[in-house]
Design a protein around this ligand. Structure first.
Ligand SMILES: [Fe+2]
Length: 287
């Protein structure tokens, strides 16, 4: 009996630490918005790579994603874990194809290099107190490096695109987790026409956007919970959604907007295992 328990523990450690985090799921989702597009818009959604961690795995994942040729590649934050991740992130994103453009928003890990002390302090955040780590990353350097490969980082701003006669507003919020989001600024030039796609590190921000037009909100941050307990779901420590537990992963509806929270493509340094929650990249077909 003792050997069986030991074998089970070893199997679980191998699975959660080595197998599942290296097993990418490319999810394909079709969404129908309340507008009439002349042709479907395709969009590859990536989040939470946390470069330079798990570099070999992430390079393999991005190589797989070069097979797609969507209209847009969107990256909803936690691109890097620290400044050392910048060249690796840029190299990976440069490989991807996008017919119209590549856009990104910043997450909490893009702004801050978290220490073990910060993670402990994060527990207070869960109790309603706000906390920001001391060590900041060089965000301007990240933005500049991404701009050089044609990826625009949207910090509380929107781009208004004409796609074969269809107006598309891509609205990018700066990180809402560390309260850098400014919806009034981001939406100031968004009119009532076309489709409005919100890029945000956390779809939790939808709580603040009741008076703003959003058709589809894309986010990450929760990593889908990373560890899913059968018949229970995600562990509360990795979910931290005030919008509601169901918003920590997948496609949901909040008022008139569809929301999607991706499981993300990587993991952070303090919680780098996964169980029943494979890393993912999502290919959307929007019509
Ligand atoms: Fe993350």
């Amino acid at each position: 009996m003792g050997y069986l328990i030991l074998a089970f523990i070893v199997l679980m450690v191998v699975w959660t630490c080595w197998v599942e985090p290296r097993w990418l799921k490319i999810r394909k989702i079709s969404v129908k918005l309340n507008t009439s597009l002349k042709r479907p818009v395709t969009l590859l959604h990536i989040a939470d790579s946390h470069f330079p961690l798990h570099l070999k795995t992430l390079r393999r994942f991005f190589d797989k994603l070069t097979a797609f040729d969507p209209d847009f590649v969107v990256y909803t934050g936690d691109m890097i874990e620290n400044d050392e991740g910048v060249p690796h992130c840029v190299e990976a994103l440069a490989k991807l194809k996008a017919r119209v453009g590549k856009y990104a928003v910043l997450g909490n890990h893009d702004h801050y290099n978290y220490s073990a002390h910060d993670v402990l302090a994060f527990l207070f955040t869960l109790m309603g107190r706000f906390f920001c780590p001391k060590e900041t990353n060089k965000v301007e350097k990240l933005k500049q490096a991404l701009a050089e490969i044609g990826c625009r980082v949207l910090c509380n701003e929107a781009v208004h695109l004409d796609l074969e006669g269809e107006k598309i507003h891509l609205i990018g919020l700066d990180d809402p987790v560390t309260r850098k989001d400014d919806p009034a600024k981001a939406f100031q030039n968004v009119d009532g026409t076309g489709i409005k796609i919100l890029l945000t590190h956390s779809v939790d921000v939808m709580r603040k956007l009741n008076n703003y037009p959003v058709d589809l909100a894309l986010g990450g941050h929760t990593h889908g919970g990373q560890v899913i307990i059968p018949f229970y779901g995600a562990l509360p420590l990795k979910t931290h959604s005030r919008l509601g537990r169901k918003f920590i992963v997948g496609l949901n509806r909040y008022q008139r907007a569809l929301t999607y929270t991706t499981r993300g493509i990587g993991q952070g340094k303090f919680f780098s295992f996964r169980f029943l929650c494979r890393p993912e990249a999502v290919l959307f077909e929007i019509s």
